[in-house]
Design a protein around this ligand. Structure first.
Ligand code: CTP
Length: 220
């Protein structure tokens, strides 16, 4: 029997279509989630990586040993989480999921919006909070780790609010500049009340630290 813990990791931005050729996106590179997938693999976990639209490179180990699925939109990712969350032991939600997406009319994806002399209004609709939806239905012993991107002066308050509001076991709080950067300056808030100020380091270094914490259950 395989006794490896199964970790489901989401990474990267979402692309939310405006029409057949345009989209709304964000600056996420997916580097943090990919580094986490590599570190969890090295740590002896069974890894499934759900990766958004990014060109970030995947190491050979990941390509060979992790299960990889790609997504474009928040809706795609929602479908993948519906399929894979229940069978995972830990969800690490590093993806930068769009909070709003263009409200497409019935022909939205088929055509290209034409240029006109006047301006145009883009109507956006809210996306569902995917990590909160997973945490809401998690089974006994299943763990959900989220990320929080915050302005420095709101880091602690914002991260703690997300920890409770989304019912997470832990949240990795980052200042805004982390998105797309090669380094991370993380503080981890746990549901137990523990606070880990990890400080500035490479995303690979942080990933290794997080895996050790998860193994020792020191993160929850
Ligand atoms: N997240 C999600 N679904 C969304 C938006 C965010 O699952 N529609 C997840 C992210 O993957 C991350 C966590 O929620 O793990 C926090 O993301 P963040 O963008 O910091 O928070 P938001 O809930 O979007 O709140 P705000 O943008 O107001 O800070």
């Amino acid at each position: 029997m395989d006794s490896k813990l199964r970790v489901l990791i989401t990474a990267g931005p979402t692309h939310e279509p405006i029409d057949a050729v345009r989209y709304v996106a964000n600056r996420s590179s997916g580097r943090m989630g990919v580094a986490l997938a590599e570190a969890f693999l090295l740590g002896g976990f069974e890894v499934r990586l759900l990766l958004g639209p990014t060109v970030v490179g995947l190491g050979e180990g990941l390509k060979d040993e992790a299960a990889l699925e790609r997504f474009e939109t928040a809706a795609d990712l929602e479908g993948l989480l519906d399929r894979y969350f229940d069978e995972s032991d830990i969800l690490v939600m590093a993806a930068a999921v769009a909070d709003y997406r263009p409200a497409l009319g019935s022909s939205g994806l088929q055509s290209k919006i034409r240029r006109s002399k006047g301006g145009m209004r883009l109507e956006l609709e809210a996306t569902p909070d995917l990590v909160a939806g997973c945490a809401e239905r998690k089974r006994e012993g299943q763990r959900v780790i989220g990320f929080a991107l915050e302005a420095p002066e709101e880091l602690m308050e914002g991260a703690k609010d997300k920890l409770w509001r989304k019912k997470l076991d832990a949240v990795v709080a980052n200042p805004l500049k982390t998105m797309g950067d090669v380094e991370i300056d993380a503080t981890v808030y746990s549901a137990s009340g523990a606070v880990h100020r990890v400080g500035e380091q490479t995303k690979a270094g942080f990933a290794k630290w997080l895996v050790e914490q998860v193994k020792g259950e020191g993160i929850y």
